[in-house]
Design a protein. Structure first.
Lengths: 264, 397
């Protein structure tokens, strides 16, 4: 027991310090700057912020709309190839984002696999805002789907069946029973997916490029600004930290209120 | 009236049952894994059979021949699963009102209030299920199922999660609900006490088949197979052989004894299972041995005894025989002491012929299952129609 402070306490302190210090450094560097407000309202920053919010929220909506049925299917049904589908969906989580970007370019790019067909119907995806959303979806979908799948699996299918025997339609049952009970998982999955989309850099860079106002999201703007305008880079970084922290705190509060354990 | 014929083949299990039941409280009784719950789920429509039919009061809910399979929403069947299936995120009132989507807010509230009152749960409407006791949870589940006014109510092991005293109370409540609503109620249980307390009609399940259907009297006193006899705790199932058949008496040979049994048309040499319930074995006090004409007197000694709250269970080793033919005897504790069984362990018992029930063992193969509605078994059911009271629906057509 005498070893506890040494073997458990010390590493904990080190890890916490290691994570906290860089974050603190940015804030401490940014706050005393004179032209802080001017930098925040500079077009580089505002446009990146606007674009980041627009694209990451769009990606989140797409992930929820397309990912929820997939997650429910994976949670409720056993079929041949289930493992394969699961592995495929997991893949973007472990894939280096730059590889994802190249892969997207090879598929949807102008000379890509189905790029010419898309062009024939007037769709030019690469190096557009749509490409940013596509890149973000590609990397954030697995986070949402896997969390939602676990959430749906934790809901006893017997409850859905009982609802059906009470004359309640399949859809109503889904929204009145399944979703509320899986809500903590759906919420944390959404937040994880959104955070992943917000921070997406590699795939966007490869597939969408770095065009200000069109494809230059905050992480890309930081990368660009680091060479020309260090303060802008730091301000953008500080903004991202602020957003991440507040989202994480809100999520924790919300999930604690609706914890599944509270129903047990 | 509910007419059911269902087949379902699973990986290691084959369900094949046929039965008809009316307004009575019907109990599906049998060991776990015998297909009782599966039957209930198929009736509720949440599981699809391979073939067969389900007809409720003349309307067909499932008919494999017509490809008809009504969704659970269209069946009007109340289903209360094991553990009750209450929605954990909804209050008692919202749980009960869950199926009442088509009503106005006003009527809905009124209906919920009526049901809360009926089940004595006023004041609990804003509680969540986890804040309720087991008995209260069960009442909410019942109220929720009854709220939508089903034509048939299905309950899966309703008392399994409750303790003794509460079970009795809730069994009484269920009887009242059944009497009041006048709907068909099917209860699944593996607890013999439920069968005693509730069963007006009993279906004895075993390995996906119905071994016997009948009233309590039928099933407890006249089990048709040794397996049913075992399930209803007949305990004393003795192997005997027909020695002689007379107009008044059937004589059976059993371990050096020749026992007089009620007359039955059985050939000499037929092996029979002689069933006698432990509470029906009469202990004769030695000084009373000749007070009246007695038959089937068996001597032995007590080898083991256990005490329950009000009764003693005594195991008697019959003289000159082995443990296989031990008799189990239940007797009230005051009888136990009056007989002096606490001091001396010799016993003289009478196997009264009125208490005997015989199951011919050769015929068990034929009697093993009730007829099914498949074409293959049509012949069998026709052949046995003569002595089958609960004929299959095909038989009656």
């Amino acid at each position: 027991m005498y070893l506890t402070p040494l073997f458990l306490g010390l590493p904990t302190v080190c890890v916490v310090a290691f994570v906290a210090l860089p974050l603190l450094a940015i804030v401490l560097k940014v706050l005393p700057q004179e032209h802080l407000w001017a930098t925040i309202s500079a077009p580089l920053v505002t446009e990146a912020l606007r674009l980041s919010l627009l694209t990451s929220l769009s990606s989140l909506v797409i992930a929820i709309v397309c990912g929820t049925p997939v997650a429910y299917l994976l949670a409720r049904y056993r079929f041949r190839g289930l493992r394969l589908v699961e592995t495929l969906i997991d893949l973007p989580m472990v894939l280096p984002p730059t590889v994802a970007g190249v892969a997207l370019l090879m598929a949807f790019g102008r000379r890509g696999l189905i790029g010419p067909w898309l062009q024939a119907v007037g769709l030019q995806l690469s190096f557009s805002t749509t490409a940013v959303v596509l890149a973000q979806c590609f990397v954030c979908l697995p986070f949402y789907i896997r969390a939602a799948q676990a959430g749906f699996r934790s809901v006893d299918p017997e409850l859905e069946r009982v609802a059906h025997t009470l004359g309640v339609s399949v859809w109503r049952t889904f929204f009145r029973v399944t979703v509320p009970l899986a809500f903590p998982a759906l919420l944390s999955g959404s937040v994880m997916a959104w955070a992943r989309a917000l921070g997406e850099f590699g795939a966007t860079m490869m597939f969408a490029g770095n065009l200000r106002g069109r494809t230059q999201t905050m992480p890309l703007a930081i990368y660009l600004a680091l060479e020309s305008d260090l303060l802008a880079a730091m301000v953008l970084a500080a903004l991202l930290i602020l957003v991440s922290c507040s989202v994480l705190l809100c999520l924790r509060a919300l999930v604690r209120r609706g914890e599944p354990a509270a129903y047990a | 009236m509910l007419e059911v014929c269902l087949q379902k083949r699973l990986a290691h299990f084959h369900l094949d049952v046929t039965f008809t039941t009316g307004q009575e409280l019907t109990v599906l009784f049998g060991p776990s894994g015998s297909g009782k719950s599966l039957t209930l789920r198929m009736l509720a429509g949440v599981e699809r059979p391979d073939s067969g039919y389900i007809r409720l009061d003349g309307t067909s809910l499932y008919e494999s021949a017509l490809g008809r399979h009504l969704a659970p929403q269209q069946r009007g069947i109340g289903y209360v699963p094991q553990q009750y299936g209450l929605f954990p995120h909804l209050t008692v009132a919202d749980n009960i009102a869950f199926g009442l989507t088509h009503l106005t807010r006003q009527t809905r509230r009124q209906r919920v209030a009526e049901l809360l009152e009926l089940f004595g749960m006023q004041g609990l409407e804003h509680r969540l299920p986890r804040q309720l006791s087991g008995g209260q949870q069960q009442r909410v589940a019942l109220a929720r199922a009854l709220a939508v006014q089903p034509r048939l109510l299905l309950l899966d092991e309703p008392f399994a999660a409750l303790d003794g005293v509460l079970r009795d109370t809730l069994r009484q409540e269920l009887m009242q609900v059944h009497a009041r609503w006048g709907i068909t109620v099917l209860v699944v249980t593996h607890d013999l006490a439920d069968v005693y307390a509730l069963g007006q009609q009993i279906l004895v399940y075993d390995r996906g088949r119905i071994l016997q259907q009948g009233t309590q009297e039928d099933v407890f006193m006249h089990p048709q197979t040794p397996r049913v006899a075992e399930f209803v705790h007949t305990r004393n199932i003795l192997s005997a052989v027909v020695e002689r058949s007379e107009a008044q008496t059937l004589w059976l040979r059993w371990h050096g004894y020749v026992l007089a049994a009620p007359p039955q048309p059985l050939a000499v040499g037929t092996s029979v299972h002689l069933c006698i319930r432990p509470s029906q074995v009469l202990i004769v006090r030695p000084e009373r041995e000749t007070t009246r004409r007695r038959e089937n007197l068996v001597r032995g000694s007590v080898v083991r005894e256990t005490m329950q709250t009000e009764t003693y269970t005594v195991y008697m080793r019959v003289d000159h025989s082995d443990a296989d033919s031990d008799l189990e005897i239940h007797l009230p504790s005051y009888v136990y002491y009056r007989l002096g069984l606490d001091r001396q362990k010799r016993l003289l018992v009478e196997l009264r012929r009125e208490a005997m029930h015989l199951i011919p063992s050769q015929e068990t193969a034929h009697h093993a299952t009730l007829p099914t509605c498949t074409a293959a078994s049509l012949e069998t059911s026709a052949r046995h129609d003569g002595h089958r009271v609960h004929a299959s629906p095909l038989g009656r057509r």
